[in-house]
Ligand binder design. Structure first.
Ligand code: NDP
Length: 351
């Protein structure tokens, strides 16, 4: 094992989790892929077909965001649309068919200062990797209200697909003005008697087609220029305290459910000390590439994409990551004398 001298972008990496962990008999793979959304599983398909025997780590939200999506109508090749979970099952079956192995676990530590790279799964299982592909995606954001957290799972949810059926015949609210909020609002019309879409501005961010569908639905009412100040209820949601940001007027909206659809946060915590991220935490990669500031570590999908964030772009960047990892390994770069890194590669800007 060789030491790689690096300067880490976000503070000194804490390697205490590695104390006492014996890596001498650890599983050693050419490629380890962290995350099983469209990016990670596409990387797995390509890496497996390149005989790189990839190990794919299925984390806390296996399948990624598509697992909590209903109809996916914009993934090419499915003119009638496909259910998100089914699409992800197909990705996984295709990766397994070519020899990728998947295992459940959470990557709780990484050491990118050594080659092979060292990873800790579930705080105890050591794994070695010649190249690492990070495809950990992004997770749902919440409003940050104390009672929102307290009532999570008791009326508060970030996943209409998962929890919508609990609100048969009830009035519910959904916060957000993006495609996700409108998609979830439309999904909820199958169950709820009325859906109040609460948006902090007077213009939706969502695509025109989604706006047209949601705004013309007779079960959906939009409450404009309004924020949720509190979630009311003891053991379950009974209502929301609202404030109109234009007039300052406060009101109470009696609803049984609050669905939060205000975007996502990239899952980079375990990598942050090593990999360059932007101010929102998205991993920075070199322009036109999935290469991070650490040679041999690649990032693809929503964890490094705050612009497109689509299943098809995630899959495309997963393909890029696997091809780049394959080329990097084929060039013997993992065994070259490792370069001393500056903040984002050798004299490169991650841009
Ligand atoms: P977006 O970032 O597109 O939208 C987030 C929404 O939440 C915005 O309207 C934003 O308001 C609002 N918001 C953010 N923070 C707060 C807050 N603290 N309080 C109140 N409101 C808040 O995220 P989405 O998850 O909707 O979508 C992510 C990406 O995925 C997008 O590119 C989207 O197009 C895509 N997508 C596509 C789908 C499809 O094609 N079927 C389905 C779902 C998502 P504001 O507008 O004021 O910033």
């Amino acid at each position: 094992m060789r030491k790689v001298e690096i300067s880490s972008p976000n503070g000194i990496p804490d390697l205490s989790a590695f104390d006492g962990v014996d890596f001498s008999a650890a599983e050693h793979r050419p490629v380890v892929i962290v995350g099983t959304g469209p990016a990670g599983l596409t990387a797995a398909i390509y890496a497996a077909r390149a005989n790189l025997n990839p190990l794919v780590i299925k984390g806390p939200e296996p399948g990624g965001q598509l697992i909590t999506t209903t109809d996916v109508e914009n993934y090419p090749g499915f003119p009638e649309g496909i259910q998100g979970p089914e699409l992800m099952q197909r990705f996984e079956a295709q990766a397994v068919r070519f020899g990728a192995s998947l295992r459940y676990g959470v990557v709780t530590g990484v050491d990118f200062a050594q080659r092979p790279f060292r990873l800790l799964i579930d705080e105890k299982t050591p794994v070695l990797a010649d190249a690492v592909i990070v495809s950990t995606g992004a997770s749902a954001q919440y409003l940050g209200l104390e009672n929102e957290r307290r009532l999570l799972g008791r009326g508060v949810s970030a996943c209409a697909t998962c929890d919508g059926a609990f609100f048969q015949g009830e009035e519910v609210a959904i916060v957000g003005g993006g495609d996700a909020a409108l998609e979830e609002a439309l999904f909820l019309t199958r169950f709820a008697s009325r859906i109040h879409l609460i948006h902090r501005r007077e213009q939706l961010r969502a695509s025109k087609i989604m706006q047209q569908r949601a705004l013309t639905h007779d079960k959906i009412t939009v409450i404009w220029n309004t924020v949720v100040e509190d979630v009311l209820g003891e053991s379950e949601v009974e209502g929301l305290a609202l404030r109109n940001v234009k007039t300052g007027e406060a009101s109470v909206l009696p609803v049984k459910g609050l669905f939060v659809a205000i975007g996502h946060k990239p899952n980079t915590d375990v990598f942050k000390a090593w990999l360059e991220t932007d101010k929102l935490g998205y991993i920075q990669t070199r322009p036109g590439s999935t290469q991070t500031n650490i040679p041999g570590v690649f990032a693809c999908g929503d964890v490094q994409d705050r612009v497109y964030r689509q299943a098809v772009t995630a899959a495309g960047s997963g393909c890029m990551a696997a091809i780049e990892a394959e080329r990097w390994l084929a060039e013997g770069s993992d065994t070259d004398t490792p370069p001393v890194l500056t903040s984002c590669g050798v004299g490169q800007s991650c841009g």
